[in-house]
Design a binder for this molecule. Structure first.
Ligand SMILES: Cc1cc2nc3c(=O)[nH]c(=O)nc-3n(C[C@H](O)[C@H](O)[C@H](O)COP(=O)(O)OP(=O)(O)OC[C@H]3O[C@@H](n4cnc5c(N)ncnc54)[C@H](O)[C@@H]3O)c2cc1C
Ligand SMILES: NC(=O)c1ccc[n+]([C@@H]2O[C@H](COP(=O)([O-])OP(=O)(O)OC[C@H]3O[C@@H](n4cnc5c(N)ncnc54)[C@H](OP(=O)(O)O)[C@@H]3O)[C@@H](O)[C@H]2O)c1
Ligand SMILES: Cc1cc2nc3c(=O)[nH]c(=O)nc-3n(C[C@H](O)[C@H](O)[C@H](O)COP(=O)(O)O)c2cc1C
Length: 586
């Protein structure tokens, strides 16, 4: 076999004569070692290393994490030693020694930290947090102007660093859903400022090249460049008598660059309902082919903008134009919850029909860009190679005379048939994984579509032959119609994969029974699993279910662990720190 030898431009290192190499290996090794020596020497000659930087991210669906990877890669390319970490892996007492910290963090819930950053934030905001004079920092905040508390998590972290006496390297930038350009500009500025401080050349920064030498290999398929995948399966899971329309979908994965792990989410890029697009065009009394900056109006409304949920800009503009309307009173009311209730279910067309006059050209710029939707993946790649499964509740409701639907869930249910294609991409969720040790017990709480990742976890455990015990809490409205994946789950019980399956059908009796009812009923056993090191997972509704399950968990640990509430809270905080209590809630 012939090899290309590295050019020897420093003396060849000595290889002892009795070293066990063939003459050919000896020549190759000599060249290789020369190259290595030259490289080390060049690095030594390039002067002192620059001060290290900690790049920290708080992320749930991977946007902030992806940007942090880019930033870390660009810093490394400039010769800066980088420590790249999730905020979930940072103990607050490590922060004072970090020197330089760049944080990229998204916002969840109602202006809250992403789950992975909550524990960090609990410590960071404590009064006992040491002062950070001498530390330099900068924050990039990701969010969505559709929410009231825009980029609140990033804002809170930024303010707290300042309160603690740290020095801001560059101003915080708040990014809306189209974050690529402002994020790239923030990264470029951070790189340039750091290079300037160190008296180093800022060439990579000036070029805005933030993806050089990425810390992790990135898939080429992304939000901006989704993979066109064929829908292979679309199957109704909920029964004929159900109030819900929950479906199982499978997309084909035919590209080697599109891989996933159990626990990840899938981004799906929808198009809008043609009937709603048509109704909007009719409202404005123009032709579907009306020109909008070189595109057809029909295409813009179908593919480019959100036409179901009204944007804040649209609400504010309508409030400005009709100051005496209910809408204007709601927009200006301090009672945001009451306004949200009033607005709930009203779509853009309804606001147009009931609202003030507005010309098409003024209206279009007020709409937000059409976004992908995230879905927890409900298959394991080990069990279903070449496929990725989703479990999705179609958002459907009636208001006035029109039946209405959520953009993406009805795009999949009503407008995409097997054989059709849609844009998809994988959003890694590295903090939501089955236990690395197959012997570790696992407790999963996933009512409704929250079952999705746990189907994936169980498939994964079956495929890997993991022997750890598995306990699933599942529930929905009625056993007869809403027992999602009933056959599979019963079979998993029969074949011994599922050690416990506790069911909570909320509407099969006069009083509601929820998953947390079952947790409490079996509290002693649940605590004994936790005491043996079980991981505790929750997926599904964030607004009510996840909070109530968390409260039940605290009660169970206090009662069955014989602890005071504060000690139970510490016990659970430790579980979170050890990544034994993780959630995928939305
Ligand atoms: C990480 C993550 C994972 C997720 N995983 C899953 C999953 O596995 N399965 C799943 O089904 N979903 C999941 N979701 C939710 C999913 O992303 C979408 O939010 C959901 O499918 C709705 O999107 P849509 O486009 O159909 O509706 P949208 O177009 O976003 O419309 C929603 C709007 O409809 C209105 N609305 C909804 N319901 C009603 C009602 N009953 N009455 C009146 N108005 C109403 C509201 O105004 C609401 O803003 C997940 C979300 C995240 C962030
Ligand atoms: N962001 C979005 O636009 C969007 C869109 C779709 C879904 N979602 C979220 O995704 C969740 C999943 O929807 P889904 O239809 O699969 O299931 P779901 O609505 O969460 O219902 C599943 C089961 O949970 C029960 N439940 C209700 N409140 C609960 C509580 N506080 N604690 C524990 N269980 C509770 C329900 O009972 P009852 O119904 O009998 O009370 C039902 O039996 C939704 O709740 C919703 O928040 C969000
Ligand atoms: C359930 C949910 C709640 C959210 N809440 C907020 C919010 O309160 N404020 C905000 O600015 N953005 C909010 N966002 C938007 C996210 O912060 C935004 O999509 C961000 O890019 C996600 O980044 P990540 O993938 O790194 O988690 C929310 C998103 C979801 C899915």
């Amino acid at each position: 076999m012939t090899r290309t030898l590295p050019t020897a431009f420093v003396p060849a290192p000595y290889i002892p004569a009795d070293a066990p190499f063939t003459p050919e290996q000896r020549v190759w090794l000599g060249g290789f070692l020369s190259g290595l020596t030259a490289k080390l020497k060049a690095e030594e000659d390039s002067g002192p290393t620059r001060p290290p930087v900690s790049v920290l991210h708080g992320s749930q669906t991977g946007n902030a994490e992806g940007l942090a990877n880019d930033l870390a890669g660009a810093l490394k390319a400039q010769g800066v030693p980088v420590s790249l970490k999730s905020l979930g892996d940072v103990a607050v007492d490590e922060v004072p020694a970090m020197g330089r910290v760049l944080v990229i963090c998204s916002t969840y819930g109602e202006g809250e930290m992403p789950d992975s950053a909550e524990l960090f934030w609990d410590g960071f905001r404590e009064e006992a947090m040491p002062r950070l004079e001498g530390l330099q920092f900068a924050v990039l905040a990701l969010g969505d102007t559709g929410y009231d508390d825009y980029c609140q998590a990033g804002k809170d972290i930024d303010t707290r660093f300042e309160q603690l006496g740290a020095r801001r390297l560059i101003d915080r930038v708040d990014c809306d859903v189209d974050y690529d350009d402002p994020a790239a500009a923030w990264i470029a500025e951070a790189l340039a400022v750091l290079a300037d401080l160190d008296g180093a050349a800022a060439t990579a920064a000036a070029a805005g090249s933030v993806t050089e030498a990425p810390a992790k290999k990135k898939s080429k398929w992304s939000r901006k460049n989704p993979y066109r995948s064929v829908l292979a399966v679309s199957r109704l899971l909920s029964g004929a008598g159900s109030a819900k329309d929950i479906r199982h979908y499978e997309f084909a994965l035919d590209d080697p660059d599109l891989t996933y792990a159990a626990g990840d989410s899938l981004g799906v890029v929808p198009t809008n309902d043609p009937a709603l697009v048509g109704a909007l065009i009719e409202h404005f009394g123009v032709e579907p082919e009306h020109d909008v900056a070189g595109r057809l109006l029909y295409e813009v409304l179908a593919c480019d903008v959100e036409i179901v949920t009204p944007s804040k800009d649209l609400l504010n503009e309508f409030a400005r134009r009709a100051p005496d309307s209910d809408l204007a009173r709601g927009v200006h009311s301090p009672d945001k919850a009451a306004f949200d209730r009033w607005l709930w279910g009203q779509d853009v067309l309804e606001l147009l029909e009931d609202g003030p006059q507005i010309a098409l050209e003024e209206f279009l710029p007020l709409l937000r860009p059409l976004q992908h939707r995230s879905y927890s993946i409900s298959s394991s790649p080990l069990a279903a190679p070449g496929r990725v499964a989703l479990t999705i509740a179609s958002v459907r409701y009636k208001r006035g005379r029109r039946a209405r639907g959520g953009v993406c869930s009805t795009f999949l249910a009503d407008r995409l048939a097997p054989g059709d294609t849609a844009g998809i991409f994988v959003a890694p969720n590295n903090s939501f994984r089955p236990p690395a040790d197959g012997d570790t017990p696992m407790i999963m709480v996933g009512p409704g579509t929250g079952i999705a990742p746990f189907r994936a976890f169980l498939q994964e455990r079956l495929a890997t032959g993991a022997r750890g015990r598995n306990w699933l809490f599942f529930g929905d409205q009625h056993r007869a119609h809403d027992f999602l994946y009933e056959d599979e789950l019963i079979q998993m019980g029969e074949n011994g994969l599922l050690d416990r399956l506790d069911l909570a059908f909320s509407r099969d009796q006069a009083d509601k029974i929820y998953v947390q009812t079952r947790m409490r009923e079996h509290g002693a056993e649940l605590f004994s699993w936790l005491a043996e090191g079980a991981h505790f997972y929750v997926c599904g509704d964030a607004t009510h279910m996840a909070k109530d399950v968390d409260a039940a968990l605290h009660e169970i640990v206090a009662r069955h662990g014989g602890m005071e509430p504060d000690d139970a809270a510490d016990y659970i905080a430790t579980m979170r720190r050890e990544k034994r209590y993780v959630r995928d809630v939305y």
